[in-house]
Design a protein around this ligand. Structure first.
Ligand code: C5P
Length: 240
């Protein structure tokens, strides 16, 4: 008698991984850059496997890296966690839209997670997924702001100082009822939307905040790779 693979969760995770990562310096697309010998995208996949809510993954890969990403993904994910790899678009928003279109219709909860936040821990995916499942149409993980933030004009003059206690640093995964995210994308491109929550805010949907994670830092500049390593986030590279 062969055991049936255990059914996984009710959440589809969309992973925009099509960015070039030019701020990281010359080299492969960012999601395929290595840290401690392992591509950033692989760290993401390993954490998704450990988040029981996740039932499906769609990766938006660089247009000329779809085959390479598909091979990597097949190596990394167990058969119980299906994954699709689609070609991303010229903007992050278009990459997310391509992944959303490929997510199977049965998933009513969708999380969007930047491949660049390679070390976001499994419990962060669970926290965001639970908040959507239990109560909210849109959920983002946030952390307090440590710096003072000022609004500055084009001439480099300070316009105003924001009240720090009202500010938050915003991370991914961001979670949505699927219909809400689809409606947000139907409204078309928003040049100033740097995350998915900004798109649903246009619809007047309330976005709920949950506590983020220091481990979910965004790998953008070369120093971020050093920080991630110093924080001990890449230790699974050394596991068998
Ligand atoms: O450029 P930025 O750092 O904001 O990118 C955030 C995430 O969006 C990264 O994981 C990157 O790979 C992804 N992205 C994408 N398609 C693009 C641009 C960025 O999937 N055209």
């Amino acid at each position: 008698v062969t055991a049936q693979p255990r059914m996984r969760g009710d959440v589809a995770v969309l992973v925009p991984a099509a960015g070039l990562g030019t701020r990281l310096g010359p080299g492969a697309p960012k999601a395929l850059r290595h840290l401690a010998g392992v591509p950033l995208l692989t760290y993401v996949l390993r954490r998704l496997v450990k988040a029981p809510s996740v039932g499906h993954v769609v990766v938006a890969a660089p247009v000329d890296g779809v085959d390479a990403v598909r091979a990597m993904v097949i190596d990394e994910l167990p058969p119980q966690l299906p994954v699709d790899v689609v070609a991303g678009g010229p903007t992050r928003q278009e990459s997310v839209a391509a992944a959303l279109a490929a997510a199977p219709a049965r998933f009513g909860i969708v999380l969007v997670h930047d491949a660049a936040r390679a070390f976001a821990p499994p419990d962060l995916f669970e926290r965001v997924a639970s908040a959507v499942r239990e109560a909210h149409e849109a959920v983002i993980p946030v952390l307090p702001v440590v710096d003072t933030i000022k609004r500055v004009d084009d001439a480099g003059h300070v316009v105003s100082t924001m009240r720090r206690t009202q500010l938050r640093v915003v991370q991914t995964p961001q979670g949505f009822r699927r219909a809400v995210l689809e409606a947000a994308h139907r409204c078309g491109p928003a040049a100033d939307a740097t995350d998915d929550a900004a798109l649903v805010e246009r619809l007047g949907v309330t976005v709920h905040c949950v506590v983020g994670s220091e481990a979910a830092l965004k790998i953008t500049r070369p120093v971020d790779l050093l920080i991630a390593e110093a924080m001990g986030l890449a230790t699974d590279a050394r596991q068998p």
